[in-house]
Design a protein around this ligand. Structure first.
Ligand SMILES: Cc1cc2nc3c(=O)[nH]c(=O)nc-3n(C[C@H](O)[C@H](O)[C@H](O)COP(=O)(O)OP(=O)(O)OC[C@H]3O[C@@H](n4cnc5c(N)ncnc54)[C@H](O)[C@@H]3O)c2cc1C
Length: 372
C-alpha cells in the first residue's frame, strides 16, 4: 500500500530525507510531497566546511553523528554523481599559534585518525608549509592538515538531490504551510492528509509544532558571511579550507573566490539583513590572513538563520507522544555535516517504521520536545 509522506522544510535535512525516500528499498510505496518557502534557509547560506574531527565539543553523541555524517558524504557524492562544485575533498587546516597547543591538536588528530579512515592523511605543518598550500595567505600560522576535510555547497547539494528524487516519487510545493492539530498539512485553508509528516523547518520549528501543542527547545541564530574576489592562482585551483585560531573560517575556491565567515548572532532573531557591522568584522578577519586586501574586494554577503538548542546538540526522530510526526532540528553550526546522516536515518525510519534506538547519536529526544 502506498504511504503518503509530507516533508515540511527543504533545507539539507528535508532534501536528504526526500532523496533517500526515493532511493531506499521500499521507495516504490512512498508518495512524497516536500513543502518549502526557502526564506532564510541556513543550508543555502552556509560556509560548507565538513571537518568535525578536531572540534573541541565534548558531546560524544554529537561527535559520533558528525563523524558518520562526514563519512556518508563521499558515498552519497558517488551515488548521486555530485561534481566538485557540490562536494569536494579539499582538506582542512586548523591553526594554532602556541607550540604546545599545536602538538596537542596533532596528537588528537593522530588518535582520531586511527579510528576514522575518512580523515585520511594528518600532517603537522609549519607556517611556511601552510602558506605553500594556500599561497593567498600573507600571515600564515602553523597548523594541522587533515586531507579528508571537505567543502559542501548547500544550495547545489539540495538542487542535485531534489532533482533525482523528483524523477521518482517526489512533488515539490514552494509554499509555506502549517500543521493542524491532527498533524496534517494546511496550505492556507486547504487540508492535505498524510500518513507520516517529517518536520525539518530548522530555526522555525517552534512555530511549526505550535498547532500540536508541542514546545521545542530551538532558537534562531543569525549567521553572515562575506564573499570576496581575490587573486586567481592557476596552480592552486584546489586549496584547503582554513580554520584559523581566533579568526573566522577562510574558504578559498581557487578560481579567485573566497568566502569568510561566519558570525553567530543570538539576538537577531529572524532578521535577514546583511549588516555593515558584520561586513567590517569579517573583512577585518580576512585582512588578518591577506594583508593587502581592500574592502572593495568584498563582492557579496550571505545571511541565514540557524536553529540551535540549549546544549547546541541536534535531535531527531518520531515525536514519542505523536508518532505520526517526525522531527529533526537544532543542527546549529554543524548542520551541513550532520544533516545528511540525520536525513538518511529519518528516511529509513519513515519506510521501515518502529522506534529506532539512536542513543549513540543523540540524547533523549524528550529533552528537547515537550507537551505544553
Ligand atoms: C552562515 C552559516 C554558515 C554555516 N556554515 C556551516 C559549515 O561550514 N558547516 C556546517 O556543517 N554547517 C554550517 N552551518 C549550519 C548549517 O547550515 C545548518 O545547521 C543546516 O543547514 C540546517 O539545515 P536544516 O535543514 O535543519 O534547516 P534549513 O536549512 O534552515 O532549512 C529549513 C527550511 O524550512 C523552511 N521552512 C520553515 N518553516 C516552513 C513552513 N512552515 N513551511 C514551509 N517551509 C518552511 C525554511 O524556509 C527553510 O528553507 C552554517 C549556517 C549558517 C547560517
Amino acid at each position: 500500500m502506498t504511504q503518503k509522506v509530507a516533508i515540511i522544510g527543504g533545507g539539507i535535512v528535508g532534501a536528504t530525507v526526500a532523496y533517500y525516500l526515493s532511493q531506499l528499498p521500499g521507495h516504490e510505496q512512498q508518495e512524497v510531497t516536500l513543502y518549502d518557502d526557502g526564506t532564510g534557509q541556513a543550508t543555502k547560506a552556509a560556509a560548507g566546511i565538513i571537518s568535525p574531527w578536531l572540534s573541541k565539543r565534548r558531546n560524544k553523541q554529537w561527535y559520533e553523528l558528525a563523524k558518520r555524517g562526514a563519512e556518508l558524504l563521499p558515498q552519497l557524492a558517488r551515488e548521486a554523481n555530485f561534481d566538485n562544485e557540490v562536494y569536494q575533498q579539499t582538506g582542512t587546516i586548523i591553526t594554532r599559534t602556541d607550540e604546545a597547543d599545536l602538538d596537542a591538536l596533532y596528537l588528537l588528530a593522530e588518535k582520531r585518525r586511527t579510528e576514522t579512515a575518512q580523515m585520511g592523511e594528518v600532517l603537522k605543518l609549519s607556517a611556511e608549509e601552510v602558506a605553500q598550500r594556500i599561497p593567498l595567505l600573507t600571515n600564515a600560522q602553523p597548523g594541522v592538515f587533515v586531507s579528508g576535510g571537505a567543502r559542501l555547497d548547500g544550495s547545489k547539494y539540495i538542487d542535485a538531490l531534489l532533482k533525482i528524487a523528483t524523477n521518482r516519487n517526489l512533488t515539490i510545493k514552494q509554499q509555506r504551510v502549517t500543521l493542524n492539530s491532527d498533524g496534517n498539512v494546511m496550505m492556507g485553508s486547504k487540508l492535505e492528509r498524510f500518513d507520516r509528516v517529517v518536520v525539518a523547518t530548522g530555526a522555525w520549528m517552534k512555530e511549526t509544532l505550535k498547532p500540536l501543542d508541542i514546545d521545542v527547545d530551538v532558537r534562531p541564530q543569525k549567521g553572515q558571511l562575506i564573499e570576496l574576489s581575490v587573486k586567481n592562482i592557476e596552480s592552486h585551483q584546489v586549496m584547503p579550507v582554513l580554520m584559523p585560531e581566533g579568526e573566522r573560517d577562510f574558504i578559498p575556491f581557487g578560481n579567485g573566490q573566497l568566502v569568510v565567515g561566519a558570525t553567530h548572532e543570538d539576538d537577531a532573531t529572524f532578521n535577514l539583513e546583511a549588516t555593515g557591522e558584520a561586513k567590517d568584522d569579517l573583512f577585518r578577519s580576512a585582512k588578518q590572513m591577506i594583508a593587502d586586501l581592500t574592502i572593495d574586494k568584498v563582492t557579496g554577503m550571505r545571511v541565514g538563520t540557524r536553529g540551535y538548542t540549549s546544549d547546541f546538540a541536534p535531535f531527531f526522530g518520531p515525536i514519542p507522544f505523536f508518532n505520526k510526526v517526525m522531527v529533526a532540528g537544532g543542527l546549529g553550526s554543524s548542520g551541513l555535516t550532520t544533516g545528511p546522516i540525520i536525513g538518511k536515518l529519518l528516511a529509513g525510519s519513515v519506510i521501515f517504521g518502529g522506534q529506532p534506538d539512536w542513543s549513540k547519536f543523540e540524547k533523549d529526544i524528550n529533552l528537547y520536545i515537550s507537551k505544553k
